[in-house]
Write a protein that binds this ligand. Structure first.
Ligand code: PGA
Length: 299
């Protein structure tokens, strides 16, 4: 019996459909090495290669083609099964309470929009706040599901990653640091850093990154939101760190640029989380599955 995980089958299917590890990784918002490792594990399980590279093109092997056909069957069956289970258990209706950290507001509404088109009778409640407040909400059992990146160790939770993320340092294109090519972190120690407030997950990640290298930097300016940090950086006040999801528009219009710093970006993952003892409503269960099974953000 092949002991593949569903995630491995999904990644394999995405690579086969795109004819490329890179494009599949982009679609799923995972790093290319993460996709390659999972497909490699799948090949080890099967004991044979699933792909072959001829020239610059990626082809399925004979076994890969069989595997692909099986995946298509499995996913079609699972989708049908979900609908039949819903029919047996009743309609997917009622409240869906989400407690989420700030960066997710740049992508989670797109998942929610697609989900609500499928289940229009679900009534979403969406609390966007920083990591410390999300964890407090968890401790008080206030929501059905939570979305955050750095998981709390002190609470008994069930979590599942569903999307990759990258934290980058950025500045205005006119900032001197933006004009110096590749930088080391120590080149930036004298810069004015724009920090989020204590309790922010991004601040924790930035401080962790600096501490691991033995640096401590006092915030030049502390701002309570990522939007404020972007505006301050655009005004040339200093450099900030945020997820690339928060920076899409500003990077596209070149109001901000990513600094090319050795050791960055910080790669992490977005997790959908619920309390270990929580009895999830059908709406919450479906939304959780929807996040995990979506192939990237439904923009
Ligand atoms: P924060 O979390 O709002 O607590 O900074 C967001 C994140 O970790 O991206």
């Amino acid at each position: 019996m092949i002991r593949a995980t569903l995630q491995q089958l999904r990644l394999f299917e995405a690579v086969a459909r795109n004819g490329s590890f890179t494009r599949a990784a982009e679609e799923i918002h995972l790093s290319q090495p993460a996709v390659s490792i999972q497909v490699k594990r799948l090949e080890e399980q099967i004991g044979a290669p699933l792909f072959e590279m001829i020239g610059k093109r990626l082809f399925l092997t004979d076994i890969g083609r069989e595997m692909h056909a099986a995946c298509t069957d499995v996913f079609a069956r699972l989708e049908g099964l979900e609908e039949r289970i819903d029919a047996l258990r009743g309609e997917v209706v009622g409240p869906l309470r989400l407690g989420v950290v700030t960066t997710t507001k740049y992508f989670l509404p797109h998942y929610l929009g697609a989900f609500l088109r499928r289940y229009p009778k679900v009534e979403p409640q969406f609390k966007v706040t920083n990591r410390a407040s999300v964890i407090q909400r968890m401790q008080e059992n206030q929501d059905d599901l939570y979305v955050l990146s750095t998981l709390p160790e002190e609470i008994d939770i069930r979590s599942q990653p569903f999307l990759g993320d990258e934290l980058v340092l950025f500045a205005s294109p006119n900032h001197p640091a933006a004009q110096r090519g590749r930088l080391k972190m120590e080149d930036l120690l004298e810069e004015r850093f724009l920090f989020r407030e204590p309790g922010s997950g991004i601040r924790m990640a930035l401080e962790g990154c600096l501490n691991r290298k033995g640096y401590q930097i006092a915030p030049y300016l502390e701002l309570g939101s990522g939007e404020a940090i972007k505006q301050a950086a655009m005004a040339g006040i200093g450099i900030g760190m945020l997820s690339t999801y928060s920076l899409r528009l500003e990077l596209d219009t070149r109001n901000l640029v990513i600094l090319d710093v050795e050791g960055l970006p910080i790669r992490r993952e977005w997790h959908v989380v619920h309390l270990a003892g929580k009895r999830l409503s059908l709406a919450a269960e479906r939304f959780r599955d929807f996040l995990i099974e979506s192939q990237g953000i439904p923009f």
